[in-house]
Design a protein around this ligand. Structure first.
Ligand code: NAP
Ligand code: HSE
Length: 438
């Protein structure tokens, strides 16, 4: 049975907010007919109300974000400003005023999620954030609800559309790094400050959110080991391709149990974001452009993969709209709010990671060099799986793939190689993922 309209207050009307306004205008009738929830946009706050915003009713737009939150006509608040402040204060204020909130703000969730979710839970209100991770892909709800009974072991995926777009353009079309970044910005994929994407901060925030949901412990951004793609050399991307791999910015969250029966609540969690070599045969290697994909591994489900558009206005706005319908529906029924995660996660240090590695080095081209370099690997217990040499005039580039080794041993190997007479320069250290032949 359809009830009266639910007033929506929108904070921020940029790439995602603008797309949400268009989607609402186009779909409100269909949503009302399908779900009984009629959504009505009643107020919009932006930084600069003088800006032209096609499709956004000018009479609704103003600069005062607090006035949107406190307006009695606003029953549900959508936060699409981004960043920590004023978003955090506004979300808190909305919840304290008894209004459910929908947000796409992963930075805020990864920093203050537990605090805000607690405020929401105490008030019996929804704080929904499906759009915060991997744009259009339904991921938060499946993890929180559909997989609530699953013992999840690992969540691994490509969760940043901007960097995946950049890597695809560099790898497939030979486009330069700066040009690819500018394209991603123009297409609305990048954060306001694109260094959040290329340095891996955006993906780290998303992996913290996914880890918290998957393992039922609070993980925050600073728990995530992070490397971005800004320092990645095109030569390594090309060389990896020759060896049968694609380079992807990968997020991995895993619960590390000594044995399968170890108490889940006390088992450490490892979360990391870094460029990685992914075997071309692995499904993640074929995730191109702004698409994202997330692999979930669990005891009963085995493997499950979710794939879709990870960035951009309309795909992200679709996820926001889904949450908005849910929040409005719950509000009308007098429901909403969820229990919070019970306490902080124990984090495994990065140097305990076990992985195969890709290492490139520039060396002098003289007899005995290969033996000296291989000796350093051996001294640190790092076993070489394959090696290729490319001539570079008086120098040579050596590219190694190792068998599985610990991060600690590999870092110690690199430190020793830096001091070795034969080594001119350490190129890249990249982890190899999804290679079952290791
Ligand atoms: P955006 O294009 O930069 O839009 C931000 C909006 O917030 C703009 O309308 C801006 O006003 C407004 N704003 C800034 N400061 C404000 C303030 N103090 N008070 C009121 N309004 C203010 O950002 P976006 O790409 O839409 O991203 C919004 C959120 O969605 C972020 O949390 C982002 O991480 C997340 N997200 C984005 C994507 C994507 O693909 N873009 C995907 C998933 C999630 P003006 O228009 O006047 O500048
Ligand atoms: N900047 C983000 C990305 C937006 O490129 O994935 C989606 O969260």
């Amino acid at each position: 049975v359809e009830q009266g309209p639910v007033g929506v207050g929108l904070l921020g009307c940029g790439t995602v907010g603008g797309a949400l306004v268009s989607l609402l205008a186009a779909e409100a009738e269909v949503i009302a007919a399908r779900t009984g929830v009629r959504l009505e946009l009643v107020r919009v706050a932006v930084r600069d109300p003088a800006k032209t915003r096609p499709g956004v009713p000018a009479g609704l737009v103003a600069a005062d974000a607090e006035a949107v939150v406190t307006d009695p006509a606003v029953k549900v608040v959508v936060e699409l400003i981004g960043g920590l402040e004023p978003a955090r204060s506004l979300v808190r204020k909305a919840l304290e005023a008894g209004k459910p909130v929908v947000t796409a703000n992963k930075e805020l969730l990864a920093e203050s999620g537990s605090e805000l979710l607690e405020v929401a839970a105490e008030a019996g209100l929804d704080l929904l954030y499906e759009a915060a991770v991997a744009g259009a892909i339904p991921l938060i709800r499946p993890l929180r609800e559909s997989l609530a009974g699953e013992r999840i072991r690992r969540v691994m995926g490509i969760v940043n559309g901007t960097t995946n777009y950049i890597l695809t353009r560099m790898s497939e079309d030979g486009v330069g790094y700066e040009e690819a970044v500018a394209e991603a910005q123009a297409l609305g994929y990048a954060e306001r400050d694109p260094t959040a994407d290329v340095e891996g901060h955006d993906a780290a925030a998303k992996m913290a959110i996914l880890a918290s949901l998957a393992f039922g412990r609070d993980v925050v951004s600073r728990d995530v080991y992070r490397e971005g793609i800004a320092g990645l050399a095109g030569a390594d991307v090309a060389f990896a391709r020759r060896l049968g791999y694609e380079v992807k910015l990968l997020g991995v969250a895993e619960q590390v149990t000594a044995d399968v029966n170890e108490e889940e609540a006390t088992a450490p969690i490892a979360v990391r974001v870094h460029p990685a070599l992914v075997l071309r045969a692995h499904p993640l290697a074929s995730v191109r452009g702004s698409f994202n994909a997330v692999f979930i591994e669990g005891d009963a489900i085995g493997e499950l993969m979710l794939y879709g558009r990870g960035a951009g206005g309309p795909p992200t706005a679709s996820a926001v709209l889904g949450d908005l319908v849910d929040a409005a529906h719950n509000l009308q029924r007098g429901g909403g709010g969820r229990s919070v995660t019970p306490g902080r996660a124990r984090i495994r240090p990065m140097d305990e990671l076990r992985s195969p590695y890709y290492i490139s080095l520039d060396v002098v081209d003289r007899p005995g060099v290969l033996a000296a370099v291989a000796g350093v690997f051996g001294d640190h217990g790092v076993s070489i799986r394959s090696m290729e040499q490319l001539g570079l005039g008086d120098e040579a580039r050596l590219v190694f793939i190792t068998h599985e080794a610990t991060e600690r041993d590999v870092q110690a190997t690199l430190s020793a190689l830096r001091r070795l007479w034969a080594v001119e320069r350490i190129g890249s250290l990249l982890r190899v993922a999804g290679d079952t032949t290791r």
